[in-house]
Ligand binder design. Structure first.
Ligand SMILES: Cc1ncc(COP(=O)(O)O)c(C=O)c1O
Length: 300
C-alpha cells in the first residue's frame, strides 16, 4: 500500500513554533534537534466528525516520552491543545484528518549531541492532513517477517514514542522489496513484537492474543482493543507469541491510529485462515462505537 498525495493538502497551514504557516514555508532550523539527531517525540492522532480522538491518551504518551528523554521547557497541555485546535480550524478540517504532532528537543546553539546545547526550549509542530484510513480494512494487508529486530528496553525503550524510526523504516523497505504492505518485527528472542507501523493481534480458538507491550509500542488503539475485549467478555491474553502461532491463527489483525483495525490476509506467503473473520469484525464494530464518546471537540 503506497499512500498517494491528496490535493486537498496542497495549501494546508502547519503550526510550527506558535505560528501557522503555509505548507511550503513550514520548516524548523537546521540546528533543530530533530534534524541533528532524530531527537524528538511524536504522536499520530485522528479527527472524527469534529472531534479529536483520545487526545488525553496521546498527550499523556507524548509528555511521558518527553520526560523520559529529559526535554526541558516542554509546552504545557493547554498550549498544545490550543495549537491543535487552531490548526484544525484554520484548515477547516473536521473529519478524515490525521495529525502528526511532533515535539523536538528544540534548536541548538551549535551542532552537536549534547542536550545542554538546547537553550531555546522545545519545538512544536502540528501537521494536520486530510487522510482517510490508510488501509483497505475489508481486503486486508499482506505482510512478511523482517530481519530487523524491534528495539527493546535493552537498547531503546519502545515506551518512548521517539523519532528514531530507522529500524522500522528498514523493515518497511524489506516489505516494499517483497511487494507486500508491512513487515513483522520480532523481539530479540524471536517472538513477534509488532508490524513496522502498527500493533498485531491474532485469534485462536475463540481467544484474542497479542504480544505484551515490552518491545512493541504500547499503542493507543492496542490498549483500546484490549479494554473493549474485556468489557465485552471476549477472552484476551497478552503473552509471547511465535511466528508459527501467527501462521496458524484463525484471524490476524493490525491496530493503529492510521488505519484502526486492519485484517492481515497473508504472512510470509501463508494465507491467514479467516480474513476479517468473526472476532475482527466484532471488535471493529465495538471500536467504531467507542469513537464518538471519546472525541474532544475541536472547538475551544
Ligand atoms: C511502531 C508502531 N506501532 C504501533 C503504532 C500504533 O499506535 P497507535 O495505536 O497509538 O496509533 C504506531 C503508531 O505510531 C507505531 O509507530
Amino acid at each position: 500500500m503506497l499512500q498517494k498525495f491528496d490535493p486537498r493538502n496542497e495549501n494546508i497551514l502547519v503550526h510550527v513554533n506558535g505560528q501557522l504557516v503555509p505548507r511550503a514555508e513550514a520548516r524548523v532550523s537546521v540546528f533543530d534537534s530533530s534534524v541533528q539527531g532524530g531527537d524528538a517525540v511524536w504522536e499520530g492522532l485522528r479527527v472524527y466528525k469534529g472531534g479529536i480522538f483520545c487526545l488525553d491518551r496521546h498527550l499523556n504518551r507524548l509528555f511521558e516520552s518527553a520526560h523520559a528523554l529529559a526535554f526541558q521547557n516542554v509546552p504545557d497541555r493547554e498550549t498544545i491543545v490550543n495549537a491543535i485546535r487552531e490548526t484544525l480550524r484554520a484548515n477547516y478540517m473536521d473529519d478524515e484528518v490525521h495529525i502528526r504532532l511532533t515535539l523536538t528537543r528544540g534548536e541548538k546553539i551549535t551542532s552537536g549531541m549534547d542536550p545542554r546545547l538546547n537553550t531555546r526550549g522545545c519545538s512544536l509542530i502540528v501537521l494536520a492532513e486530510w487522510k482517510p484510513l490508510v488501509y483497505d480494512n475489508e481486503y486486508g494487508i499482506r505482510v512478511i517477517t523482517s530481519s530487523v529486530r524491534r528495539n527493546g528496553p535493552q537498547f531503546l525503550d519502545s515506551k518512548i514514542h521517539h523519532n528514531n524510526l530507522l529500524n522500522n523504516i528498514l523493515a518497511k523497505i524489506q516489505a516494499n522489496v517483497a511487494g507486500v504492505d508491512a513487515a513483522i518485527m520480532l523481539d530479540a528472542n524471536g517472538f513477534v513484537a509488532e508490524l513496522n507501523d502498527t500493533n498485531l493481534f491474532m485469534v485462536k480458538d475463540g481467544t484474542v492474543l497479542t504480544p505484551p507491550a515490552d518491545v512493541c509500542l504500547a499503542g493507543i488503539t492496542r490498549g483500546i482493543v484490549i479494554e473493549l475485549c474485556k468489557q465485552h467478555g471476549i477472552p484476551i491474553v497478552e503473552r509471547n507469541l511465535s511466528l508459527t502461532e501467527f501462521y496458524n491463527a484463525d484471524e490476524v489483525f493490525a491496530t493503529g491510529t492510521m488505519g484502526e483495525l486492519t485484517p492481515v490476509r497473508e504472512i510470509d506467503g501463508r494465507p491467514v485462515k479467516y480474513v476479517c473473520g468473526e472476532f475482527t469484525a466484532r471488535i471493529s464494530k465495538h471500536f467504531r462505537a467507542f469513537i464518538p464518546a471519546n472525541c474532544i471537540s475541536i472547538l475551544p
